[in-house]
Write a protein that binds this ligand. Structure first.
Ligand code: NDP
Length: 333
């Protein structure tokens, strides 16, 4: 049973020695627990924030502890009445390991009947889809004809958020790194425009695309990109603060927007966490599920092979060197 444990708190991008891959016995089960063999490990930008000794929405991963992570796996042993051997489950705390002993209350069953690949449960119809769906429909509440700007728009959350907003009749501008990602947004996902922040000035591009300003921002990045959008929010504009990925490896605080604008422009700036929406998962599946099955909403996964490469894989999120929701294949389905 290979396990990645946190040895020291990274400074900047994760370096060799910050985490260590160790070999441990397969855990034995207590009453109401099941043994889950990890098939896919979800790698998420927030994993990096859990490595810091800082106040967060979850406690930091302790030094010497197995790295926390969302997984999808197969039940190999069971001391639970609710789950049997062979069931497919998504433990909320499977972790970066081949095997995990998980209490039955921490498991969600996965049904193959949908006809979608299993990876959909860790992407478009999993936490990613939930974040995108509720960030748009519950936080921003777009009205037809309003303009929404999304950063990290070609990423897992951003790409789905933009398509949900299009279904609600909004005009959507995506910000992404590189011509290929921008072309995917406009040519395949139906975004109205895309800004390549690596080759264009974001503020100038927004002034060209939305000279009167924009109503909404779905913010995934923070820093200068966020400020460029924030400064162009119209009066009564709404901002859903989903993530600030540009700060997750930062060793000093990135620049902040001018808060006076919240007053002068009566802005509504709201942070949100997907965890709070867990009880409403069915609403997301009921609306987004048919769009996915009908091909109205497109999604991609980027699957790296092997638990041993998980650290290098995670770093891809911060360079953009991945195409879709980032997963690691740990064992056969
Ligand atoms: P993505 O698939 O979007 O991957 C991250 C992307 O961010 C990269 O591909 C890269 O895209 C972009 N990026 C990374 N660093 C920078 C930078 N310094 N400047 C600009 N862009 C950068 O990941 P997710 O969809 O999983 O997550 C997107 C955001 O959503 C994150 O901020 C994450 O923390 C947040 N999130 C929040 C949740 C919540 O409950 N609030 C739940 C899930 C995610 P590119 O190639 O275009 O540069």
């Amino acid at each position: 049973n290979r396990q990645w444990v946190l040895r020291q708190r990274p400074k900047g991008l994760i370096q060799p020695g910050d985490l260590e891959l160790i070999e441990s016995p397969i855990p034995s089960l207590n009453e109401s627990e099941v043994l889950v063999r990890t098939v896919y490990l979800s790698l998420d930008p927030t994993n990096r924030t859990w490595m810091n000794d800082a106040e967060g929405y979850l406690p930091p991963v302790g030094l010497g502890e197995v790295m926390r992570g969302l997984t999808l796996g197969v039940v190999e042993q069971s001391r639970s009445d609710r789950f049997k051997v062979g069931d497919i489950v998504t433990p909320m705390s499977g972790g970066w390991a081949d095997y995990a002993a998980v209490h039955e209350t921490g498991l969600r069953p996965v049904h193959r009947a949908s006809g979608l690949p299993l990876t959909a449960n860790l992407s478009v119809l999993g936490m990613t889809g939930m974040t995108a769906y509720f960030g748009v429909t519950d936080v921003l509440k777009p009205q037809p004809g309003e303009t929404l700007v999304i950063s990290a728009a070609a990423g897992a959350v951003g790409s789905i958020a933009g398509q949900v907003a299009k279904q609600r009749g909004a005009r959507v501008i995506g910000i992404a790194g590189g011509a290929a990602k921008c072309a995917w947004l406009t040519d395949e996902l139906g975004f109205d425009a895309a800004i390549d922040y690596k080759n264009e000035d974001v503020g100038a591009a927004l002034d060209r695309l939305a000279p009167d300003g924009v109503e909404m921002n779905f913010e995934n990045v923070g820093g200068d990109i966020m400020i460029a959008v924030y400064n162009r929010l119209k009066a009564h504009g709404r901002m859903a603060v989903c993530g600030l990925i540009s700060a997750y490896n930062a060793t000093k605080m990135p620049p902040s927007p001018n808060f006076a604008r919240i007053i002068t422009h009566r802005l509504n700036v709201q942070g949100f966490l997907v965890l709070d929406y867990a009880p409403r998962a069915r609403e997301m599946v009921a609306e987004l599920g048919p769009w996915v099955l009908d091909g109205k909403v497109h999604w991609k996964v980027h699957v790296d092979q092997g638990l041993e490469g998980a650290v290098d894989s995670l770093n891809r999120l911060f360079t953009g060197d991945h195409d879709g929701k980032l997963l690691v294949r740990v064992s056969e389905e």
